[in-house]
Design a protein around this ligand. Structure first.
Ligand SMILES: Cc1cc2nc3c(=O)[nH]c(=O)nc-3n(C[C@H](O)[C@H](O)[C@H](O)COP(=O)(O)O)c2cc1C
Length: 220
């Protein structure tokens, strides 16, 4: 009886090994390519997010007024009652020569007509609002969406306001005796936003120095 394996042509075995090697090489190149494309895409997404965040921040804080890297000078804070969130929300800090200039706080108005309204609120070190923008909401188009700057100038009504101007009782929509306009047929949305901005200012007043001094956390 003859042993079949010893009868195999060695050149066949070599060809098979070469083919397997070529396959493995292409496999490795493929995996490497996919990994490098994925890492390039992740970097591009991160950079796009950074630029979008900076665009939002610069609507509320003039770039010329600070000299630190506001995107990485972040701390995260949570307060259910005053910021509307149990989950930490980012606070971006603007400084000049190390001194505090302003903050951009994130806050949630929990009681919009259709749920949570996410806000960015720029606040001077002195506690004066530099501006407010709506980051996310589900309010009804044509009724509650006037809080978006693209739809109306209503949100600009917060500029230069503080906890003393107007006095606390006037931090309300006109229908409730305050100074802020409501929308025709839609009081719930502006009422929720006015309350959330006032609460954020109260949070700021309570924690101002802490907000500027705690160490930066990783930007999200
Ligand atoms: C389908 C529908 C959608 C509505 N969407 C909103 C809205 O997004 N924001 C809002 O303030 N009111 C909205 N309203 C109106 C409110 O129900 C409410 O009448 C209005 O805000 C006035 O509130 P007030 O009675 O507290 O002044 C909506 C009403 C309906 C029927």
């Amino acid at each position: 009886m003859t042993d079949q394996s010893t009868n195999k042509d060695p050149s066949l075995l070599r060809s098979a090994l070469v083919a397997a090697g070529v396959l493995a090489l292409f496999g490795m190149i493929g995996v490497g390519l996919v990994a490098s494309i994925a890492s390039g895409t992740a970097k591009r997404i991160a950079e796009n997010e950074r630029l979008a965040t900076l665009r939002n921040l610069h609507e509320l804080i003039d770039e010329d007024t600070y000299d630190n890297d506001i995107f990485t000078d972040v701390t995260n804070v949570a307060d259910l009652q005053l910021l509307g969130s149990r989950d930490p929300l980012p606070v971006y800090r603007a400084r000049r020569e190390g001194g505090p200039v302003a903050l951009v706080m994130t806050a949630i108005a929990p009681d919009g007509y259709n749920g949570r309204i996410k806000l960015l609120i720029g606040i001077d070190y002195s506690g004066t609002v530099r501006g407010v923008r709506v980051l996310d909401h589900h309010e009804t188009p044509g009724l509650g969406d006037g809080i978006e700057l693209e739809k109306s100038n209503w949100i600009l009504g917060f500029v230069d306001k503080s906890l003393t101007s107007p006095v606390k009782a006037k931090w309300a929509v006109r229908k409730d005796g305050g100074i802020f306009d409501q929308f025709t047929g839609a009081t719930i949305t502006p009422r929720a936003v006015v309350k959330a901005v006032r609460h954020a200012l109260e949070y700021y007043e309570l924690r101002r120095d802490q907000l500027f001094t705690v160490n930066p956390e990783i930007a999200k």
